[in-house]
Design a protein around this ligand. Structure first.
Ligand code: UT7
Length: 339
């Protein structure tokens, strides 16, 4: 017999430091009108040097809230899954850092490297562990410290205005009731042919660091230590893949778009969310967006948005909730949940 998993606790944390579009226009050639029109972003949060935050520390803060709201303690958690593209260290990953900071004995920790789809991939992995009965409660964290690695000059503006810092967490638990609620299905995809269209190439083990230092020419168009994004190409793929993978999830569960109570798209760009909303003819009440406050927080964006939607009472027991993401890899995925 397979068990069903459901989300029993949600939490989020963002750094206090608010960076508005006007703040950015003081350090690079950009402006509030461009950013709002192209992305929907008004402000984002950035870790401030010395404020004590890091990717894994923000993850711990979000995790504590999620565990408490699940009416559990850290000792009830059987597995940690940590999704990020901006780990504190090259290795080991953030999962073991969280495990140590929360003093969780020798509980296993797994890191997921799937960028914007990191949370959905993590949810899918956690769901399989719970379905088979191997684990009962799994802590899933998505956290990003983007600001520590962005090119905050005009050269990097097409990427750096978009991304923000923050963390979200969820506890996935075995559903002890036979009410059919929980994760109905997850759908995952990737297309490595486009790996370089949204990537941070260095420093990496293919480039010897001492040699790297000699190659830096401050005038070069793209410095390999900063993320690169072919924005329009990514955008065009995103709108197609978001639509496909939501459709795949609906079909699998014999649902129509009218059955969706809440769609939480990865917060990549308000225009992408609006495109998807239109494709499925969803009302404003059926889609949750908060990109105007946080920008794109990659692996953290869905769990932060899910937490805020739940806190605002927009998700109720029995609702059909759809999560969908697309990003670097390319990787994309969806999850269909009966809440
Ligand atoms: O989360 C992972 C997945 N990520 C995504 O899905 C992101 C997908 N892509 C996008 O969201 C959009 O492509 C962007 C928001 C990144 C860019 O919007 P766009 O409408 O595709 O703009 P663009 O790159 O075509 O640039 C248009 C113009 C250019 O100037 P010219 O060549 O027309 O003179 C850029 O140099 O806007 C200029 N520009 C800026 N101007 C002011 C680029 N960045 C900025 C900026 N401020 N920050």
């Amino acid at each position: 017999m397979l068990y069903t998993s459901r989300i029993t606790g949600l939490g989020s944390y963002v750094p206090e430091n608010v960076v508005t579009n006007d703040d950015l226009s003081k350090i690079m050639d950009t402006n509030d009108a461009w950013i709002q029109e192209r992305t929907g972003i008004k402000e984002r949060r950035h870790i401030k040097k010395g404020d004590g935050n890091s990717t894994s520390i923000m993850g711990v803060k979000a995790a504590k809230i999620a565990i408490e709201r699940a009416n559990l303690t850290k000792d009830d958690i059987d597995l940690i899954i940590f999704a990020t593209l901006s780990p504190d260290m090259y290795f080991p990953g953030g999962g073991v850092r969280v495990q140590d900071m929360l003093e969780m004995g020798t509980v296993p920790a797994l890191d997921v490297r799937n960028q914007c789809s990191g949370f959905i991939y993590s949810l899918s992995v956690a769901d399989q562990f719970i379905k088979t009965g191997m684990y009962r409660h799994i802590l899933i964290i998505g956290s990003e410290n983007h600001s520590g690695g962005l090119d905050m000059t005009t050269r990097g503006r097409s990427v750096s205005v978009i991304f923000g810092d923050g963390a979200g967490a969820a506890v996935l638990s075995r559903n002890e009731e036979e009410n059919g609620n929980g994760i109905l299905s997850t759908h995952l995809h990737s297309e490595g042919a486009y790996a370089k269209e949204l990537a941070l190439e260095g420093p990496n083990t293919g480039q010897w660091v001492p040699e790297l230092a000699e190659t830096i020419n401050p005038d070069q168009e793209q410095i390999p230590y900063f993320p690169y994004m072919n924005g329009q190409f990514v955008f065009k793929n995103a709108v197609v893949r978001f639509t496909e993978v939501i459709q795949e999830g609906l079909q699998k569960n014999h649902l129509q778009s009218t059955d969706i109570d809440m769609l939480i798209p990865h917060q990549a760009n308000l225009r992408i969310s609006q495109f998807v909303q239109k494709q499925f003819k969803l009302s404003d009440d059926q889609v949750f967006n908060n990109i105007h406050k946080y920008g794109n927080t990659t692996a953290a964006s869905i769990p932060i948005a899910l937490t805020e939607a739940w806190e605002a009472g927009k998700i109720k027991e029995g609702d059909t909730v759809v999560l969908a993401a697309f990003g670097s890899g390319f990787t994309w995925g969806s999850a269909i949940i009966k809440w």
